[in-house]
Design a protein around this ligand. Structure first.
Ligand code: PAN
Ligand code: ZN
Length: 198
C-alpha cells in the first residue's frame, strides 16, 4: 500500500490567500466576457480589465475518485452595471459530485440552479457552511464592500463544465438595489433539458 502524506495549508485570514498554494488562478473581466447581463457596462469596464477573483488551489493531489481538493476563492468588491462581481459558474463535469463552501470573510451569495432552471440563493457570511448538492450548477458573487472569501472542498474527480453556463446563462441574476441585493429571474436564461450524467 502506497500512502499519501497528510498535509496542511495555512489560509491567511486577512486576505484569503494560501501562501503555499499549488496554483493561483486569476480571473479578470475579459475572462468573464459575455456573462454579465448589462453588455454596455461590461464592454465599458473591460477597457480597464479589473481583477474579478482569484482561486488558490491548496495542494497538488491526484484528481481521482476518493481524493478531496480544497481551495479558497477571493472575489473583489465591484459591479458591472447593477450586477455584482461574480465567478464564471459551473456544473461539475462529473455532475453527481457535491461540494462544501465555508465563508471566511466578507459577504456574498451562493447561487445554485438545476439544469431545468430551478434556482436557490444562499447568503454567505463568515462562518456559513453551504452545501452544493450533486447536479446543481453554482456561482458566487460578492455583495459587500470588502473582498468576499470562502473555502471550497470537493471531490478531486468532480471537474468543471463551464460550457453549459457560458451557453445558456444562469437562471437568476443578483442585482444591487436600494434595499440591498435582489435575486431576480434572468429573462435571457435558456433551461437545459439534459439528462444528468454521473
Ligand atoms: C470552486 C470554484 C471557484 C471559482 O472552487 O471553482 O469558486 O469559480 P469558477 O470555477 O466558477 O470560476 C468550485 O466550485 N470548485 O468546484
Ligand atoms: Zn464546484
Amino acid at each position: 500500500m502506497k500512502y499519501l502524506e497528510p498535509l496542511s495549508r495555512q489560509v491567511r485570514l486577512s486576505d484569503g490567500a494560501i501562501p503555499e498554494a499549488d496554483a493561483v488562478q486569476e480571473r479578470r473581466l475579459s475572462d468573464l466576457a459575455g456573462l454579465f447581463a448589462d453588455e454596455a457596462a461590461e464592454s465599458e469596464l473591460i477597457a480597464s480589465n479589473p481583477l474579478v477573483y482569484r482561486v488558490y488551489d491548496a495542494a497538488a493531489l491526484p484528481k481521482e475518485d476518493g481524493q478531496l481538493l480544497f481551495s479558497t476563492t477571493v472575489i473583489q468588491s465591484g459591479r458591472v452595471g447593477d450586477e455584482f462581481f461574480m465567478t464564471k459558474g459551473h456544473y461539475h463535469a462529473r455532475a453527481d459530485r457535491a461540494e462544501l463552501y465555508y465563508g471566511l470573510s466578507g459577504q456574498g451569495i451562493l447561487l445554485l440552479q438545476t439544469p431545468e432552471g430551478r434556482f436557490e440563493a444562499l447568503e454567505m457570511v463568515p462562518g456559513t457552511a453551504a452545501y452544493v448538492p450533486p447536479y446543481w450548477g453554482h456561482r458566487t458573487m460578492n455583495t459587500g464592500e470588502e473582498p468576499f472569501v470562502f473555502l471550497a472542498a470537493y471531490p478531486a474527480d468532480a471537474g468543471y463544465d463551464y460550457g453549459t453556463i457560458a451557453r445558456d446563462g444562469f437562471a437568476a441574476l443578483v442585482l444591487a438595489g436600494a434595499d440591498g441585493p435582489r435575486v431576480v429571474a434572468n429573462p435571457s436564461f435558456v433551461p437545459t433539458a439534459r439528462a444528468p450524467k454521473g
